[in-house]
Design a protein around this ligand. Structure first.
Ligand code: HCA
Ligand code: CU
Length: 397
């Protein structure tokens, strides 16, 4: 699982979230923040869906995030004849747009300046009958035409089936095998309705891995709470790319959340994940997106939820203070977060108060802290600590 790329879809899947209405400025802010975090790809809403989407897509492609770095890259190469810069330059987020598998949409998309197209068409009986109404033969012919066109423009191209887990397996493998032969860079599977279990995901990706040689992208909806586990299982089975969105926002209750996915991967391979992403930016990106769509970050959110690193039971609190790895699998400092030891419990004692005093950035001796501890009740401990501290000053001042 130590070789994967994130396709960050807050500006595509996330735009389908009930409360998301991003204006251009917000989209630009989110794109820049995701680029700074280090995601490999940013996926944008189809430019064929509205004139505004087309303009915003062009604006984000022209942000100069990559362009300015490429100029720096060429300049440095010419100057120093060094190749290490290549790695650095290739680390910037590529811009993708997500379009229907249709020539009209593909033509509009290739003109926007994107690095690649994620093309998609429904393949389940449900979608073939009640949504686009096309046959498998039509899907095959159109896919070949669109892929060849996108590749002729020198762009990256992914072909994905929508509702893959309710599609006929033979049809699915057949179409993937065909598109991989006409030069698609990636095939994608999508759990559009969130019905897949981790084991089903493992099996499908494993089977697909035996059929295509190109990269495999995966997209999981979270209707039954499996989106992160499914993404992880997909990687275990040989997938290479995972779609995420900030806080998981998307259609219905959304998809694999960026933060939770990164938490999962960090536990699997900390060095690799830390080398790829600037994890300390996670909280600010989530706050940015939460603000833009007017929601609160859930209390129990991965990493950034208010109690994600709070330890309460006396036994936990004591052990955590002695050694954080006793009850923490993730170091909050990796994300620029701090742990919080719930000291209102008598069992926790003055050591917990000392930790909180340090967290608050106050300087007190051990005996002062012990004395302060005797004053504590469960209500509003921070106020008490601060008041006690001010008193110390008054006494000595
Ligand atoms: C949808 C489309 C999609 C596409 C996923 C993909 C899905 O909004 O229904 O391109 O891989 O979930 O199927 O988001
Ligand atoms: Cu989706």
């Amino acid at each position: 699982v130590s070789n994967f790329k994130i396709i960050e879809s807050t500006l595509r899947e996330g735009e389908q979230f009930a409360n998301a209405f991003f204006d251009t400025e917000t989209k630009v802010k989110i794109a820049k923040a995701l680029d700074a975090f280090g995601v490999e790809y940013i996926e944008l809403t189809s430019p064929a869906s509205s004139e505004q989407s087309r303009k915003d897509c062009e604006i984000i492609c022209n942000l100069g995030l990559k362009a300015s770095r490429y100029i720096a890259f060429y300049w440095l190469c010419a100057l120093k004849k060094q190749t290490f810069v290549l790695t650095w330059a290739s680390e910037q987020a590529k811009i993708l747009t997500h379009v229907r598998c249709h020539m009209d949409d593909a033509r509009i998309a290739v003109e926007t300046g994107v690095d690649g197209l994620d093309i998609v068409i429904g393949t389940s009986p449900q979608l073939m009958q009640h949504s686009h109404g096309k046959s498998m033969d039509y899907i095959r012919d159109t896919a070949i035409e669109v892929i060849q066109y996108v590749k002729s423009k020198g762009l990256e191209c992914r072909f994905s089936s929508e509702d893959s887990f309710r599609s006929d397996l033979v049809d699915l493998l057949n179409i993937y095998s065909i598109v991989s032969k006409v030069g698609v860079d990636r095939v994608g599977i999508a759990d559009t309705v969130g019905c897949a279990s981790p084991r089903q995901v493992y099996d499908l990706v494993r089977t697909l891995r035996g059929v295509v040689h190109c990269d495999i992208e995966t997209h999981f909806h979270n209707d039954t709470g499996c989106a992160i586990a499914n993404a992880y299982c997909a990687l275990e089975a040989g997938a290479t790319h995972v779609d995420t969105s900030v806080l998981g926002i998307g259609e219905r209750n959304g998809i694999t959340p960026l933060g939770g996915f990164v938490a999962r991967m960090l536990v699997a391979d900390r060095d690799y994940v830390k080398s790829k992403y600037d994890l300390t930016k996670l909280k600010s990106i989530e706050d940015l997106v939460a603000g833009a769509v007017e929601i609160n970050v859930p209390f129990n959110n991965y990493i950034t939820g208010f109690c994600a690193f709070t330890h309460k039971a006396g036994i936990h609190a004591k052990a955590i203070l002695a050694n954080p790895t006793t009850y923490e699998i993730i170091n909050p400092a990796d994300f620029g977060m701090t742990r919080y030891v719930h000291f209102a419990s008598r069992l926790t004692g003055w050591n917990a108060i000392k930790s909180r005093v340090n967290q608050l950035g106050l300087e007190m001796t051990d005996s002062q802290i012990k004395s302060c501890t005797r004053h504590l009740t469960i209500e509003d401990t921070d106020t008490i600590i601060n008041a006690f501290y001010e008193n110390l000053y008054a006494d000595h001042g």
